[in-house]
Design a protein around this ligand. Sequence first.
Ligand code: NAP
Length: 434
Amino acid sequence: MEPVRIGIIGSGNVGSGTLEILSRNAAELQSKLGFPLKVTAVSSRNILSKEVSNIPEGARVTDRWMDVVHAEDVDIVCELIGGTTTAVEVIEAVVKAGKPVVTANKELMALEGPRLLALATSHGATIHMEASVAGGIPIHAVLREGISADSIQAFFGILNGTSNYILTEIESKSSAFDDVLAEAQRLGYAEADPTADVEGYDARSKLALLAQIAFGQQVNPQAIFCEGIRRITPFDFQYAHTLGHTIRLVCAARSTDSGLALSVRPTLIPKSTILASVLGAYNAIWVRGAAGQDTLYYGRGAGPLPTGVAVVSDIMRAARDLKAGSPQRVSPFSFQQLQQGELAPSDEFSSGYYLRFRVKDSTGIIATLGKILAENGISIDAVLQLPSDDKANLPFVITVEPAREAAIRRALTAMKSLDFLVEEPLALPLEKGV
Ligand SMILES: NC(=O)c1ccc[n+]([C@@H]2O[C@H](COP(=O)([O-])OP(=O)(O)OC[C@H]3O[C@@H](n4cnc5c(N)ncnc54)[C@H](OP(=O)(O)O)[C@@H]3O)[C@@H](O)[C@H]2O)c1
């Protein structure tokens, strides 16, 4: 049987994992497909000066990605370099050549996926992007095919393994954020520049991309409400536990009457919920359909081999399409056409809130804060203060009944100038059921 020939651009974590899966599972892939997959070309920026394992004998190795794209002996191209500059040139060139492209690039697909898909469709090409969200969890396939008969109402995800690792280490070891981050960097769980992970931007791209697939609406990732995890302390976990909750960086997506309510933010979730038991670098997505109701997906969100499995599974899909002559059977965005998405204003979000203060101890603090909350129509649910000796930097928490985000923001602004505050108050949603 004639092989389907693969070109791989990018030989870092995901590229090397892809090469390894193609090599170690070659016989099994062939028996599943009925024909072999053959890597004929591999490219990356510095490939001529570094060692890359699992490149089959006879495959071309080049630092010119365009030579892979245009090679006559390459049927499917994988873009595994990431970013939004060269990667976009690669994908445009592949689809203009009428070839299927497999990508792991959430950032680019969240920003430009619909445009690139339209370009691909007009050239009879296809785009496959399973690896772009939650690495080893086949969430695209689930939304696109597994439960595509349902109408998705909401989903909630832990989509960034680095931030989940940091949060669960702060939780289990009572260590400070900076210490845990430094350890995560030493172990290779966090990048030298951790901004995209700890500020929530990586999770935001994934949320935007999943929302496009779940709801068929194009959204601008930068317009999504996004807060990172830098301010979370061991104290916050102690208070969260006292409330029967824990803290996770939750990507939330709900279809509402005023549009899609999308947010990435540290959130108190009940200890009894499944997302609360997602530890370390794992990811999970809980999807709620109107008819099928709740389904949950859990697994490794990153890493060369789990992500390599996702890439190679996409290669298999693309290869079957080529062999069976049925490309474009299923849109990678699940919907044939994406509508322009309408984001619900974040001011309208409503939930209970956890408000954490650090203060110089003095009299009248609760009365002052309570007055500001009352002036903004916010009802106090509970006041919690765990024992602490540091009267110059005393943490305590006020939880409030469900309130609008706008009211909380107004109250926080009014509190900013209070001279007993050591730092600005921290406000986190306190969910009953996520
Ligand atoms: N890491 C994960 O677990 C994971 C999980 C899911 C999705 N992803 C996504 O997968 C993609 C790749 O991530 P990664 O972790 O594999 O990145 P990585 O380890 O940094 O590897 C990137 C590769 O791309 C090559 N490259 C970068 N810029 C290039 C350019 N201008 N021209 C040619 N080659 C270039 C690099 O070449 P040289 O090494 O030769 O310099 C390297 O081989 C990203 O979109 C990422 O978001 C990653």
